[in-house]
Write a protein that binds this ligand. Sequence first.
Ligand code: ZN
Ligand code: ZN
Length: 160
Amino acid sequence: MSKVINPADLCPCGSQQAYQQCCLPLHTDQSVAQTPEQLMRSRYCAFVAAKFDYLLATHHPDYRQGLTVEQLAQGNTHWLGLQVVNAKQIGTTGEVTFKAWYIAGKQIDAIHERSAFVLQQGRWFYTEGEQMHTRLPARNEPCICHSGKKFKQCCAKLAH
Ligand SMILES: [Zn+2]
Ligand SMILES: [Zn+2]
């Protein structure tokens, strides 16, 4: 499930900036990600916006394993929000740990992953990720979608 993002709306990556000042210039190739975290955010945002060409272009060719736009376009995922847990950069490599929350069917879950990135010819690429288990927020914890509401008063309602 994709959605059109209004350039003036808050960016889906959770940066609290407008899409046009955040991930949009990356998606339209007007600028390139300066850090592994920025690339990771823009890739999450590309899933939300169904920018599958961007996802392929930022996935290092040696690690794509035959991945196609058609494969990326499959699935019926409604993305709820992104939490970047940890991000670091050491020279030309980087690592970002994140939780990408989604709802599929009536089930809320997250891709909890430690992703690896490499800088080549001035561009950051995603190489591969290690999946980890996650747990849902407690009912009184802040919602995963950055609404500022409690989880129980926000996205938890979608799962009923
Ligand atoms: Zn963004
Ligand atoms: Zn929410």
